[in-house]
Design a protein around this ligand. Structure first.
Ligand code: HEM
Length: 427
């Protein structure tokens, strides 16, 4: 038996998802319970689970080899990240790459970036407008992008940093657009020959970024060392093309997600003065606030696996060839795992209640490799902003959640007004 789900045609389900994904999932959850099937036009059906226990069973397919996270992402990402990315590989090739990426991204290792992150943040915050509303999300994305360029790619030359700052957002925007990401394989070659089409623009941008990255890899091989992530990856057996693919992978997976996490943190905090008052200098509380923000507003909404074998979930059997994955926002509202799930209570993380139900970074063997860096960035950037600026929301109504690629972002990009903190207030 397969889990229940909406009966409307796949095209209508796709349209509903695009129009308002969170609302669609909440209504399916109310109607069909903790596990339901959704059908998207042109894809195998996807079974969503909404409890920590069911999610664990899906993640267990990483171990058994019956679920492929890489294959589930390949169609949307391979044109950007290449054929050698930890995001899109599975099995043995995936593990070979993951083993190379794990060490430089461990908590202990990334802790060494704390001062650099603070310095980058301070430099950027000094340029934020004062006294008029602006979208905070783009501003924090400027910081997270700079962190990737300097601390992951290890690029310090001012000219090259500037060039990448201009190119990378456009590469991601064009590469992630529907016209490019959904372009069928057979039309790609044809589209590449039409210079005015988005696909050929994407190819030009990618070629330019690749030229910079390959040049950097060559330069660094000639002069080994360095504490940045590329420096550490150069000590592994990964070849130049593999290194290029993993650098772009960390960019794609790491900078918009972290920026959106930060945007949500400020969106929430500006509506909770009692929480904001305790920040930013109480370090354990700041850490708990970041975790609670990612619980109530997880950035990535799902972590699907493409099944190679049927998967039994309770009384249901999900057929091979289908997708199965947690719908993270609802897992995070499971009252069995998070008592009073509607309340914003950072204390739950201080009391050590999180367990495996907290999954903003996914789970199983494919758990986000950049989680420790992301958490550190969030803590440090929140602290730097709050030390320098007093922020208010021009409109106190909570911002809605809007689908942006695989993330749910604040609909108004976290609109804020900033004022410089006076020294008296900082004391
Ligand atoms: C708040 C920020 C972030 C969020 C919410 C996030 C979330 C996620 C999620 C949900 C997954 C899928 C896990 C699964 O399928 O079980 C993932 C995978 C991944 N993330 Fe992150 N991520 C963030 C930041 C980062 C950063 C900073 C980096 C890199 C520096 C990064 C690199 C990756 C990579 C490479 C994968 C694929 C791992 C694999 O398949 O083995 N992420 N992330």
């Amino acid at each position: 038996m397969i889990p229940p789900g909406p009966r409307m045609p796949a095209l209508a389900q796709t349209a509903r998802f695009m129009a308002d994904a969170p609302r669609a999932f909440e209504s399916y959850h109310r109607r069909y319970g903790p596990i339901f099937t959704v059908r998207y036009a042109g894809f195998p059906p996807e079974v969503y689970v909404t409890t920590a226990e069911l999610a664990e069973q899906v993640y267990r397919t990483d171990q058994s080899g019956d679920g492929r996270a890489g294959e589930a992402r390949r169609d949307f990402l391979e044109h950007m990240v290449g054929a050698h990315s930890v995001l899109t590989l599975d099995g043995e090739p995936w593990w070979r790459h993951r083993k190379a990426l794990n060490p430089p991204l461990r908590a202990k290792q990334v802790a060494g970036y704390q001062d650099d992150i603070a310095a980058i943040a301070a430099e950027k915050i000094a340029t934020w407008p004062l006294g008029r509303p602006f979208g905070l999300r783009e501003r924090v994305q400027d910081i997270t992008l700079e962190i990737i360029i300097r601390l992951i790619f290890g690029i310090t030359d001012a000219g090259r940093v500037r060039r990448l700052h201009a190119l990378l957002p456009e590469l991601i925007e064009t590469g992630g657009s529907m016209q490019v990401a959904m372009l069928p394989e057979r039309l790609r070659e044809l589209s590449a020959r039409a210079p005015f089409l988005p696909y050929s623009r994407f190819l030009r941008l990618r070629a330019e970024v690749d030229a910079i990255l390959f040049e950097e890899i060559r330069r660094r091989r000639a002069a080994p060392g360095g504490d940045d992530v590329l420096g550490r990856l150069l000590e592994t057996e990964l070849g130049d093309q593999e290194l290029r693919d993993e650098l772009i992978t960390m960019l794609i997976a790491g900078h918009e997600t972290t920026a959106t996490g930060l945007a949500w943190a400020f969106e929430r905090l500006l509506r909770m003065p009692e929480v904001l008052r305790r920040l930013p200098d109480d370090e354990p509380y700041l850490d708990a606030v970041v975790k609670e923000v990612l619980r109530v507003r997880p950035v990535v909404y799902e972590a699907p696996r493409l099944l190679d074998a049927p998967l039994r979930l309770g009384r249901y059997e999900i057929p091979a060839g289908w997708y199965a994955g947690p719908y993270i926002p609802l897992v995070h509202r499971d009252p069995a795992a998070f008592p009073a799930p509607g309340e914003f209570r950072p204390e739950r993380f201080l009391e050590g209640h999180q367990g495996k139900a907290w999954m903003p970074f996914g789970g199983g063997r494919r758990f986000c490799v950049g989680a420790q860096l992301a958490l550190l960035e969030m803590r440090v950037i929140i602290r730097e902003v709050l030390h320098r600026l007093e922020l208010t929301a021009p409109d106190q109504a909570p911002e809605a959640r809007r689908l942006k690629n695989v993330t749910l972002a604040p609909a108004k990009l976290t609109r804020v007004i900033a004022r410089a903190r006076t020294p008296a207030r900082m004391a």
